[in-house]
Write a protein that binds this ligand. Sequence first.
Ligand code: HEM
Length: 364
Amino acid sequence: MEGRKQPSRMTYGNYLRLEEMLDLQEGPSDYFPKPCNDEKHFIIVHQAFELWFKLVITELKQVHTLMSTEHIDEDSMPKIVHHLKRVSAVFDLMSQQWKVMETLTPQDFLSFRDRLGTSSGFESWQLRQIEIILGLEHQQRDAGMDPLHHMQKLQQEGKISSQVLDEFNTALESPSLNELLKKWLYRTPINGSFVDDNDDQSMVSDYIESHLSAMNKHSESVIAHFESIGHGDASSLRGRLEKSVLSAKEFLCPGGKVNRSRAGLLFIESYRELPLLAWPRVLIDSFVELEEAILLFRNSHARMVERMIGRRMGTGGSSGVDYLDATLKYRIFVDLWTVRTILVRRDLLPDVANSEFYGFNSQR
Ligand code: HEM
């Protein structure tokens, strides 16, 4: 069949652009001598992580789009959860991947470590982008190290493209997932009351008051139990428990003003069994699971680093393990963690008003 063009055949290598990808493990083009076996291992492990980071960003952007609508569609909930679960699975996997890195001995690492110069995972802009999309705030970071300022410096030196910095700035300017989550929680119907209802403010204030009085009841039962077993001093225990009720009040009404997002969050967490709250609770759990997975990932990196370089300074100029351990204190979804401290035993909780709205009559 002369002159007729054969349809091009898709191949595995062509689909994955495998040759290009597998050509990238030799270090920079002018790198000499070429990486030894251990160094190649070091490069491949890093590249594998960066590929996973890329997937994480793609998934989080999808979640961002789904959560950016004025009202999050009910149909979107399972999709958001699906993407978040994938991200958590990737972080779980990455937590295990440090084991591969640990097959490098500290001494073998030292044989090429100086070649890295000041390059460091600290310059991984994909991890920074993940943090920004999720909502890690600048002031929450370890004060001694400022990765965003460092990125700007690298861009000025021509070490990263302006496209990378633009991506960054776009993420910084968009609401974070934490902000979108709070916006969604703000609209939670509380005791059947909607945010736009005329008497919503008093309904929400009453709800908060009833929860705080349930906390007080809970405290009394804890004190009675401790007294009955002769464990601890009742008056100091009472002081501590009263303090925790006061901090619960400050959490729910900072500066005396009701925070409806937090009240909504508390309502969902307290009445988890209500059918209408099933997806909201799964969504909240997915965010908690994700943040936990990220912390475990950070922790296992820090432990691998401690094993590899002890208490040496990092190539990026940080204190090394001390810096990495400080990042374990980072919490993005602060409210989701705090609410756990103020939950009350189910049998002491006030009954839900207008419970039929949530799917069934919740008399317990
Ligand atoms: C021998 C292996 C490794 C050692 C000794 C090591 C050491 C360090 C140290 C000391 C830091 C703190 C910043 C600095 O001063 O450099 C750091 C940060 C970092 N490393 Fe590693 N690392 C290793 C492997 C990896 C791998 C395989 C990845 C995967 C991408 C990675 C990703 C990161 C990231 C993302 C940060 C920034 C953490 C943050 O600022 O929150 N590291 N690393």
